[in-house]
Design a protein around this ligand. Sequence first.
Ligand SMILES: [Zn+2]
Length: 479
Amino acid sequence: MEYETVIGLEVHLQLKTKSKAFCACATEFGQEPNSQTCPVCLGFPGSLPVLNQAAFFSALKVGLALNCQVQEYTKFDRKHYYYPDLPKNYQISQYDLPLARDGFLDISVENRQKRIGILRVHLEEDAGKLVHEERLSYVDFNRTGVPLLEIVSQPEISSPQEAYEYLTTLKSAIEYLEVSGCDMEKGSLRCDANISLRKKGAQKLGRKTELKNMNSFKAIKDALSFEVIRQTEILAAGEPIVQETRLWDAKVAKTISMRSKEEAKDYRYFPEPDLPPFIINRDKIEEIRRTIPELPREKMLRWMREYELSEYDAKILVSNKGDADYAESAIKTYPQKDKKPIANWLIGPFASIATDRNCSIAALKLSQEALIELIAFVENQQISQLAAKSVLAEMIETGRSAAQIIQEKNLVQISDTAELEKIAEEVIKVNPKSVQDYKSGKANALMFLVGQAMKKTQGKANPKIVQELFKEAIEKLKF
Ligand SMILES: [Zn+2]
């Protein structure tokens, strides 16, 4: 029997606001435990919540960016459960009237576009954090009441790889909106996954499990892949799937049963009596819509059209907003029609320096013109690719131009054939074994000889010309 996989994802996103969702406490991460609390977020009797307008507008912005219908009338509800990190014994959330619903997110899967429906986007408050030590547990309420957005996809994701694509696309879009830190390590982005299998072609959804405790997109993909295999084996043996919550244990790479899943009725939802319903007027919605920038996926598709970049290159270049602005300006300034070389430089050596310094490429503060000047030296075969990389690092370090550094360090490549022929002959003379190897069909031996010539010239020989010269010279040799 063949099965198909059905996945739905619930993403929780902390909104980057100065204060909490319903009180004036700060939201800064990593502060002294319980230093950012007040009677409202500690749930003292008689304290009253007040909605944070900035959080509400950020939530609307996300809803609009995800192509949702923003509801003109929305309200908050109490979701009841007991847990030590939830001092009120209920969480302010949204139940039947979420602020946005029925949207979608387009993703790329194996070179085609797939549209994943967004069921709903709603605003709620985060719970506190339990810190477990050897024999004691502590509770830190700093996180209690931090605005949290829940983004629920339709169960339209068909594989762990699609789930991964959905999450990276979503994260990149949210980063462009500048409403969340989107940092899984700091917990500002978290994700739960629902997964079930059904017989191929069946309409009815199979019984699902909910996966929790995954702290990277890769872990989510791994947990889902494990679950596909586990559920397939159970179904193939003719046994039923237990509807439950399972925790991903990265150490043993398995999901482990945690508890049976609560139903909505267990939470005893009812309207939050301390907050009025909210009516959002159309003008405000349009005003927020206008603040949404071109999102990374649209930008990627446009670059593929306008600059004829591959999807692979465009996707990397647009993934960070600041870098995308830098990259687009560089691509526009680059004089050749074929933009592949500049894209390669941006993705390759330039990005790798940024990664080493743990910053964005825009933060390297090198002008697009300076970068293009350096690339021209390589294109005109005046310096080698290898030398150019070290020049680039020095340009960033010192702020000097490519021309200055190349001249000072005497890096101009030797492309003079007569001079290179002499060098090739010398190398051939002292490496008869490699010459023999190459003759007998070992291609690597040629690279060794080229390497020797590079060494002899302190890396300044033009490797392409040298390689050709070696081929010709060896061809002429008589054995
Ligand atoms: Zn507070």
